[in-house]
Design a protein around this ligand. Structure first.
Ligand code: GAR
Length: 194
């Protein structure tokens, strides 16, 4: 069975979709959820699904081998960043080469980089569309391999959706979430089970 570990920082609606997608399967399953935020809803979601839920702080993550050693024990086939907002440490990427992926809520290389996460991405897309009313604007999702830099790394999948005149940052977020829920579990499945 392929083992999936998810890192997430907040609500974890994507994590929930991934957990549910693989629930009860014998070919792949989410075996652990880790968060940098001990009160993140995603940890509660994991516990409710009887999945190991662990939080860590900045020191443990960046200054010790705590999480690296934990992952070596868990032996994930794929590490999935699903709304994880901290830069991923190089030593963990090196320990699991090619097996760390991230979802970004826009069409990279646009609207990516440090500080570009969650609602800030959708606000930037909205501002761009407003500033270019004659141009058709698209947003979407990018699933990519993780490197030690924010939002770089080989693209594995993109899906796009049009930003219309009456969209708001909130409605853009909703459209993007829909794409995430539809495609992220499937892309993970394709990566793991081919
Ligand atoms: C998702 O839209 C994800 O793409 C985004 O955070 C959201 C988390 O939502 N990730 C980033 O912005 C990373 N740069 P969720 O916690 O409900 O899944």
């Amino acid at each position: 069975m392929k083992r999936i570990v998810i890192f997430a920082s907040g609500n974890g609606t994507n994590a929930q979709r991934i957990i549910d997608h693989f629930k009860g399967r014998t070919d792949a399953q989410v075996v652990q959820v880790l968060s940098n935020n001990k009160s993140a809803k995603v940890l509660e979601r994991a516990s409710n699904s009887k999945i190991s839920a662990i939080s860590f702080n900045r020191t443990a993550f960046y200054k010790t081998d705590h999480i690296l050693n934990l992952l070596k024990t868990t032996r994930p086939d794929l590490i999935v960043l699903a709304g994880f907002l901290w830069l991923f440490p190089e030593d963990i990427i090196r320990a699991f080469p090619d097996n760390v992926i991230n979802i970004h809520p826009a069409l990279l290389p646009d609207f990516g980089g440090k500080g570009m996460y969650g609602k800030y991405v959708h606000e930037a897309v909205y501002a761009f569309a407003k500033a270019h009313p004659k141009q058709k604007t698209h947003t979407g999702i990018t699933i990519h391999k993780v490197t030690p830099e924010y939002d770089k790394g080989e693209f594995l999948f993109q899906a796009k959706v049009e930003v219309t005149r009456d969209d708001t940052p909130e409605s853009i977020a909703e459209k993007v979430h829909k794409l995430e829920y539809k495609h992220f579990p499937e892309v993970i499945e394709k990566i793991l089970i081919t």
